[in-house]
Design a protein around this ligand. Structure first.
Ligand code: NAD
Length: 411
């Protein structure tokens, strides 16, 4: 349906929730080559509010009707995980390209269904998250150096997402809203919410070969902000800036009981195709931690070097292979720096101005791929592999056996 020579790409957004209104819709407004043609949410007032605030042409409460009646060319699937497979398959089968929020699917069959439908239809599908991924700054260079031997033989890695150091931080415990996106069985729980870890590990080390998982539910009974609170918030918002729900969600009272139906605390042991072994934690802290603690980002250790993320730099590598890095500091570390950003302007969880904003980068990437008629870097085969790393964790946790990966990526 896309005509690559046309000036404007018509975009439809399904799921007018928090990521739509905080990140994608405001960014689409700034793009001269995209038009917000349709918005859809099963809670019609959310779609109507987004139509008014972001100037969409039409609002729907039924996704299939949006696909039938509107002439959108690109669909942003921003609903909860349980809908991702059906919505993406329906979009590509009706000739649309797709940007799909993570997780792609909750099992391998779902991911395979998306791959098959996308390839059959010859469409473009970008699978989030692009942070951290091959399209995030410095990851291509890190991967190139790892392949060139900057770490020697990679031995082991650990990837434990960092935790807040202050009490009351919104990242503690779990999302303050969104039962269907984060708590119900078909949300996939935190294993499938935390696609970021498998994505980061694969971006640095390439394909995964085998997974062993353990999973549990630490806090089954929780409270979240009622859905109606967000409906009313959007109804009162007049500008795109006023439609960013985060501050209001954090300040609101959590009065709606919700069951955590899927694991909120899981560990995966990954054996990578390069022979390295590593551990990843899927889940949240409930209380603040203290720096410096072992609770940090990815570190990869090898016979000739160590790579660590964080500690004031995007990533740093210590290596005996000095020939591979342009320079080192006095202790022998080479630092990969992202462009400097003003952290005083940081408003959680909005990236500070100038920092890598993955929602924007992915939007840019899919629009460029449609225009240039090329497959996204984060294509369906890439998404399937990241999905299988999470699926393997969950299957292994249930069966008590290793899970052998059946897919791979060439990266
Ligand atoms: N919140 C975050 O920080 C964040 C960050 C990155 C990715 N994500 C991902 O983005 C997706 C959405 O997250 P969110 O935080 O915006 O959740 P949300 O609950 O705020 O939004 C989901 C929206 O989808 C709508 N919806 C659900 N089923 C639907 C259906 N069948 N038809 C039409 N609309 C339907 C809901 O009514 C809701 O408005 C999830 O997959 C999540 O993993 C969220």
């Amino acid at each position: 349906m896309s005509d690559k020579n046309q000036k404007t790409i018509r975009v439809g957004v399904v799921g007018c929730g928090v990521v739509a209104t905080a990140y994608y819709l405001p960014y689409l407004l700034t793009r001269k080559d995209a038009e917000i043609t349709a918005v859809c949410d099963r809670r019609l007032s959310r779609a109507e509010s987004c139509k008014r605030i972001f100037g969409a042409k039409a609002a729907y409460d039924d996704y299939d009707r949006m696909l039938r009646e509107s002439d959108v060319e690109l669909v942003l699937v921003l609903t909860g995980p349980g809908t991702h497979v059906r919505f993406t398959v329906a979009a590509v089968e009706s000739g649309r390209d797709v940007l799909l929020q993570k997780p792609m699917a909750l099992d391998l069959d779902g991911a395979e269904a998306i791959v098959a439908a996308t390839r059959r239809a010859g469409r473009k599908v970008l699978v989030e998250p692009s942070a951290p991924s091959p399209i995030a700054p410095n990851y291509a260079e890190i991967r190139r150096l790892v392949r060139a031997g900057v770490l020697g033989k990679t031995s082991w890695f650990s990837c434990i997402p960092s935790g807040p150091t202050k009490a009351g931080h919104p990242a503690l415990a779990g999302n303050p809203y969104g039962a269907g996106a984060f708590y119900t069985k078909d949300s996939g729980g935190m294993i499938f919410d935390y696609a970021y870890g498998p994505a980061q590990i694969a971006a640095v080390l390439g394909a995964c070969k085998r997974v062993t998982g353990m999973a549990t539910i630490t806090m089954p009974d929780r409270y979240i902000v009622p859905e109606e609170h967000y409906d009313k918030f959007l109804e009162a918002a007049e500008t795109p800036e006023e439609a960013n729900y985060w501050d209001a969600a954090i300040a609101a009272e959590k009065t709606q009981p919700v069951k955590m139906e899927a694991p909120d605390n899981a560990f995966a042991l990954f054996e990578m195709a390069d022979g390295s072994l590593g551990v990843y934690h899927f889940g949240r802290l409930f209380q603040p931690t203290r720096a410096p603690a072992t609770y940090g980002g990815l570190q990869v250790l090898g016979t000739d070097g160590n790579l660590i993320f964080g500690a004031g730099h995007m990533a740093s590598v210590y290596t005996t292979r000095r020939d591979l890095v342009p320079e080192t500091d006095e202790e022998g570390w080479f630092h990969f720096d992202s462009p400097p950003v003003d952290m005083s302007k940081y408003r959680w969880p909005q990236p500070p101005p100038g920092a890598f904003n993955y929602y924007h980068a992915s939007t840019d990437h899919i629009l460029t791929c449609i225009r240039d008629d090329r497959d996204p870097v984060l294509n369906v085969e890439y998404g399937r592999h990241i999905t299988e790393m999470m699926y393997g964790t969950s299957v292994s946790a249930e069966t008590g056996r290793h899970y052998d990966m059946t897919t791979t990526i060439d990266w």
